[in-house]
Write a protein that binds this ligand. Structure first.
Ligand SMILES: *[C@@H]1O[C@H](CO)[C@@H](O)[C@H](O)[C@H]1NC(C)=O
Ligand SMILES: *[C@@H]1O[C@H](CO)[C@@H](O)[C@H](O)[C@H]1NC(C)=O
Ligand SMILES: *[C@@H]1O[C@H](CO)[C@@H](O)[C@H](O)[C@H]1NC(C)=O
Length: 244
């Protein structure tokens, strides 16, 4: 039995599964978004979609944000509304309330720094974003952003074990069924969801009641650490301190 799990991946500090307006009170007062993007190798002056941002409506801000994502990451990583995979994605939400949401685009990050970049572009353009792990919520905007950017963690789906098999590192793109399958050959399980299609993100950040909770507590009680991507401070790693 794994009593401690470590979630790696791009955990957005506000919440893994909540619609977040890119407007933060925790970044430094003199924070320079353009310079921060430069730090990640993104030169905003070379992206045509980013000219005249201050004059834009939310709709055109999001078109600019999505066009910028496509400039930086290529069409492999960005689904626009014209892409046939777009409706496959929206139709796959558990609830109708979420399936009806039409984000301006869907972005699939591969690594933590991709998440930092999308958050910075959201901030720069004022286009809101939401993040989807499993998308198992019943209300509009929970993990898909109406008119904004929906960050889909599907490509960040690592499941690995540490050397003594006491800690699993689980990327936010995982559903619990996939995690259990990966751990089963080792005779292990995690304090995870009671339904295989639940995502690890919202489940763990929301507390997480498991079949094993009577013995081991909630999923969150068993998290060893979170790997948090702080968009305003590249390279900084945050550790969640487990309550005793
Ligand atoms: C922010 O950073 C950019 C790029 O490094 C620079 O050109 C710009 O002058 C900076 N803005 C402020 C207000 O410091
Ligand atoms: C940006 O604004 C300037 C000044 O208003 C204008 O000359 C220019 O054509 C605009 N560029 C775009 C891409 O809209
Ligand atoms: C649709 O998105 C996929 C990435 O999931 C990309 O490979 C493909 O080129 C896109 N198709 C179009 C027509 O943009």
């Amino acid at each position: 039995m794994i009593r401690t799990i470590s979630l790696v991946g791009a955990w957005l500090i506000a919440s893994g599964a909540t619609l977040v307006q890119a407007d933060s009170s925790f970044e430094p007062a003199n924070f320079n978004v353009t310079a921060a993007l430069k730090g990640y190798g993104v030169d905003t002056s070379s992206i045509p979609a980013l000219t005249n941002l201050s004059k834009r409506s939310t709709e055109s801000a999001c078109l600019a944000a999505c066009a910028s994502l496509e400039s930086v990451f290529g069409s492999e990583k960005v689904l626009d509304q014209e892409n046939t995979s777009y409706t496959t994605f929206t139709d796959a939400f558990w609830s109708e309330q979420q399936a009806e949401v039409r984000p301006s685009c869907i972005f699939k990050p591969s690594v933590n720094t991709d998440v930092a970049i999308v958050v910075l572009l959201s901030q720069l353009t004022r286009c809101p974003f939401a993040a989807k792990s499993g998308g198992h919520a019943a209300f509009r905007g929970a993990s898909s952003s109406p008119g904004g950017i929906t960050i889909w963690f599907t490509d960040m789906n690592e499941v690995s074990l540490n050397e003594d098999h006491s800690i699993a590192s689980i990327g936010p793109g995982n559903l619990w069924g996939r995690v259990y399958k990966a751990l089963e050959p080792y005779g292990l399980a995690a304090i995870g969801g009671r339904e295989s299609s639940l995502g690890v993100g919202g489940f763990v950040t929301g507390g997480g009641i498991s079949f094993h909770s009577n013995l081991y507590g909630w999923a969150l009680d068993n998290v060893e650490s979170f790997d948090v991507s702080l968009f305003f401070a590249p390279g900084v790693k945050c550790t969640y301190l487990r309550p005793i």
